[in-house]
Write a new protein. Structure first.
Length: 253
């Protein structure tokens, strides 16, 4: 297993106007693992996730203090290329957002913007990405069909394939299964357990059972603070304080 640190946060604080959303987070996130982030609503999970590829830059009044290091480089340094960052760190949202294009065009959209025009390479990229997202067998005979005709679970896996086609290093997922049925959820989870061999994955989830199933490490956030962080098996079997225990046993969600 790769023990290299892919992402590190150092005294990370986040603010929206005068309100502090994250409280001095210090974390080392290992490469090629799945980090599950759990905690009640309003605990800072999504704020943290969106800070990792600087999507929060688009929110007026948002600012951070401290640093986030990707392979040792501070992503908030003035000279850091934000466009390149968002290619290296892809994000899947709670609701699928396929483009109003064909299945094929959804997958190749990013690579084409990056300058890839060779149709043979694009064809290989489409097949590999759809296979990695566990949807190839369901759509391989209708790649020209509108993506909007897919079911919700298929759309979410297509959006995952679209991220994979960009060949990122890190995949961020913000409650990606919240609106999916158990079968679609299982396919997403199966894909993640295989994808971690190549990518670093950070999964925000309100489903503690999901974190227990797929995450190698789990972080518990509460009111913007990191309460616990460690191997998932330890966190779910040896809770460190009553707040954590209450959350895990279902009191908070």
């Amino acid at each position: 297993m790769n023990n290299a640190i892919k992402i590190a946060t150092r005294d990370l604080k986040a603010f929206y106007g005068p309100e502090q959303l994250l409280m001095s987070l210090n974390m080392d996130i290992q490469a090629n693992q799945i980090l599950g982030i759990i905690g009640p609503s309003g605990s800072g999970k999504t704020t943290f996730l969106r800070s990792l590829n600087r999507l929060n830059d688009l929110v007026h009044g948002f600012r951070i203090e401290g640093s986030i290091l990707l392979d040792g480089q501070d992503i908030y340094h003035p000279d850091f290329d934000v466009v390149a960052l968002r290619k290296r760190v892809g994000m899947l949202f709670a609701l699928p957002v396929p483009l109003p294009k064909s299945i094929y065009e959804n997958v190749v959209y990013g690579p084409r913007l990056s300058g890839i025009g060779d149709w043979k390479k694009l064809d290989r990229l489409v097949e590999a990405s759809l296979k990695s997202a566990f949807i190839w067998d369901e759509v391989k005979d209708r790649l020209g069909s509108p993506a909007m005709r897919l079911s919700g679970g298929q759309q979410q896996r297509l959006c995952l394939a679209r991220i994979l086609a960009q060949e990122p290093e890190v995949i961020l997922l913000d409650e990606p299964c919240s609106g999916l049925d158990p079968i679609s959820t299982a396919k997403i989870e199966e894909a993640l357990t295989i994808l971690k061999q190549k990518y670093t994955i950070i999964l925000v989830t309100n489903n503690t059972k999901q974190a227990a199933r797929v995450a190698d490490q789990t972080a518990f956030f509460l009111m913007g603070s990191l309460i616990e962080y460690g191997p998932t098996s330890d966190l779910f079997t040896v809770p460190q304080d009553k707040r954590t225990n209450d959350y895990i046993t279902g009191r908070f969600g």
